[in-house]
Design a binder for this molecule. Structure first.
Ligand code: C2E
Ligand code: MG
Ligand code: MG
Length: 636
């Protein structure tokens, strides 16, 4: 073995003493052009070739036979084998076969060296994996060309393998990244899906909550509107008739106030389930809020079917409820509206049913009413009036006119009654009999009443000391609990002596909370204010009222005065009232005296005072001084 080859072998063994014999691993071509293994049993042949290849920059190692060659291949790596075909120990073909068991032609090319006569063997060798052959005697330039070609090919093969390996590695990295990313995506997909599910669930819950009443579990106003809208569309397409029943409980507030909201709530729950169980399939029930419910009813003959249902529901609701240990009885008023004419949308229809329900309440509760468009017109008028009245108050468009009353004995004016006037730019003169009840209903009566008290006291403070002012006070003002303070404030602000103020109340104050009203009137009496009973004989007349409070004055309603000459009973009543009043120390004023005849009659029946057009119509405040001057003393 040459020095060069032993150095190479040593170096190789040093570099990796324990390396396993590697199979077909691409080996980088070190030592210039490549490492050759020259196998030949004839020494000169080997040496010549080795030297010549070394001169061309190759590392070449010699093997003297097949066995040695195989051993060398086990221990070190080569780039190419030049293999003699004919050798004594192992033939070139045998060696080739063994080599090919471990090394592919691409990575360890084998070039057979043959005699020219061995062409059959050459074919055999090529079939068994030899890459090429050269013939003996070797033409070195051919050998070099063939070796170089094979080595170039090997390099290319190695390059390809290397690139393939890199590609495989890159692929692996890519695949693992894709796998990781896929995993990520799967994970975030799962998250997203559960989030969506969660969101859908909570959306479903909030849709349910938005459409259902939390207390009773039935549909709420929103759902009912929706269902009504759908029902109306359905009706238009399919025909049939549709009615809405607006149910409002009678006396629910009392139950709430006396037994507490807990019991009230339980009652509503019981009621809702009672209603639900009593309806036909397809009819819809909803709670509009508070103690208001509504039913949408389909039918063939409306409002007949709706009135039948309303009758049944009123009975059903009227049956006692056993709630929290109480046996509760409650009533209901029902308004019915049928979809027809102008009432074809859910808002209109519900409003119409609501109006009809109000009518049922006004007619005495515990009954139903079917909507009549006339009702709607009245309600609209009322709303218009309400807006105008609010504006009138804001803009100071209310006025007071004063109507005098006189003592029959002295013939002198003893005071003036303050009468509210509203002259609306659009409506003209609106009588107090229509706007005072409206103001009571919509909660404006205190505002108006207090203003009148202030104004009347301030005006009266400018009149002579013996002239009083009478102010009408509605029972709603007594109920609101602020009348006493308002009277005190008006007196204080004007400096008017309390005895110069009279408050006129009607018999209606005895209908509700009569004890509380009498107590309030007594306190006002203690202030020094006088209390008169107005319009006596109308409405709830009863002589017993005269005993229940110590009135200073009884004003006999103008209807009696009107009838005095024609009706014996009117004359008898006037006489009885005057007698009774006298016995209590009260005066009696005849209202609405228009004629001398009436004047003569009231005098004859024992009235002490009079008021009416005969004396004067109500006048603006500016005309009072002149009136007092002109009429002193009045000849009555
Ligand atoms: P009232 O307290 O009985 O007032 C008397 C009403 O009779 C007044 O009508 C007056 O103008 C009218 N009258 C007086 N003399 C005659 C007459 O000889 N013939 C006829 N036909 N009528 C006469 P008015 O001003 O329309 O008031 C009606 C009612 O409105 C009052 O009845 C009173 O109950 C109420 N009212 C008026 N002003 C006020 C007010 O400021 N506050 C309250 N709460 N109610 C008021
Ligand atoms: Mg009056
Ligand atoms: Mg009156």
């Amino acid at each position: 073995m040459s020095t060069a080859s032993s150095t190479f072998l040593r170096r190789s063994a040093d570099a990796a003493p324990n390396d396993p014999p590697h199979v077909d691993k691409p080996t980088p071509l070190v030592g210039g052009a490549g490492r050759l293994l020259i196998v030949d049993d004839i020494r000169e042949n080997r040496e010549i070739l080795r030297r010549r290849f070394e001169r061309h920059g190759f590392h070449a190692i010699e093997a003297s036979g097949g066995v040695e060659a195989l051993a060398l291949l086990e221990r070190a790596s080569f780039d190419l084998v030049l293999l003699d075909m004919m050798m004594p120990d192992l033939s070139g073909l045998q060696v080739l076969e063994r080599i090919r068991e471990q090394h592919s032609p691409g990575l360890l090319p084998v070039i057979m060296v043959t005699a020219k006569s061995q062409s059959e063997d050459v074919v055999d060798a090529l079939r068994r994996g030899a890459n090429d052959y050269i013939t003996k005697p070797v033409d070195f330039s051919i050998a070099l060309a063939r070796v170089t070609t094979q080595l170039d090919r090997k390099r290319a093969e190695e390059k390809i393998q290397q690139m393939n390996a890199e590609l495989a590695r890159a692929n692996e990295v890519l695949e693992s990244r894709v796998a990781a990313r896929t995993q990520d995506l799967v994970h975030s997909n799962e998250l997203l899906r559960s989030e969506i599910e969660q969101r859908e669930k909570s959306q479903a819950i909030s849709v349910h909550l938005a459409h259902h009443d939390a207390l009773t579990g039935i549909g709420n106003r929103l759902l009912l509107h929706k269902q009504l809208g759908e029902a109306l569309v359905h009706r238009q397409r399919q025909g049939g008739q549709l009615a809405v029943l607006f149910i409002d409980l009678d006396g629910f507030k009392t139950i709430n106030d006396t037994l507490g909201h807990g019991t009230g709530d339980s009652l509503l729950k019981h009621l809702a389930s009672r209603l639900k169980n009593s309806l036909r399939e397809g009819d819809k029930l909803g709670r509009l809020g508070g103690d208001e419910f509504a039913v949408i009813q389909f039918g063939q003959e409306q409002p007949k079917e709706a009135t039948a249902l309303a009758t049944r529901l009123i009975q059903l609701i009227g049956a006692p409820f056993s709630v929290d240990g109480h046996d509760l009885v409650i009533g209901a008023s029902i308004g019915i509206a049928v979809a027809e004419g102008n009432y074809q949308d859910s808002t209109q229809l519900l409003r119409a049913a609501d109006l009809a329900m109000y009518r049922a309440k006004a007619d005495g509760r515990g009954r139903f009413r079917v909507f009549d468009p006339q009702l709607d017109r009245l309600a609209q008028e009322r709303r218009g009036l309400e807006t105008a009245l609010r504006n009138a108050i804001d803009q100071g468009a209310l006025e007071i006119h004063y109507q005098p009353f006189a003592n029959l004995e002295s013939g002198r004016i003893s005071g003036f009654e303050a009468l509210c006037r509203w002259n609306d730019p659009q409506r003209g003169f609106v009588p107090p009999s229509s706007f005072i009840p409206l103001a009571e209903e919509i909660g404006l009566i205190d505002l108006i009443g207090n203003w009148i008290l202030q104004r009347a006291c301030a005006d009266a403070a400018n009149w002579p000391e013996d002239i009083t002012v009478a102010v009408n006070v509605s029972s709603a003002q007594l109920k609101s609990g602020q009348l006493f303070g308002a009277v005190e404030a008006a007196l204080a602000a004007s400096g008017l002596r309390p005895s110069r103020l009279e408050l006129e109340v009607t018999e209606s104050i005895f209908i509700q909370s009569s004890d509380a009203n009498c107590a309030l009137l007594s306190r006002l009496g203690e202030l020094g204010v006088r209390i008169s009973l107005d319009d006596f004989g109308t409405g709830y007349s009863s002589l017993s009222y005269l005993r229940s409070f110590n009135f200073s004055k009884i004003k006999i309603d103008r209807s009696f005065i009107n009838d005095l000459s024609t009706s014996e009973s009117s004359a008898a009543i006037v006489r009885a009232v005057c007698g009774l009043a006298r016995s209590f120390g009260a005066t009696t004023t005849a209202e609405g005296v228009e004629t001398t005849d009436q004047l003569a009659h009231i005098r004859a029946e024992g009235c002490t005072d009079m008021q009416g057009y005969f004396l004067s119509r109500p006048l603006p405040v500016g005309e009072i001084p002149a009136l007092l001057e002109r009429m002193l003393p009045v000849s009555v």
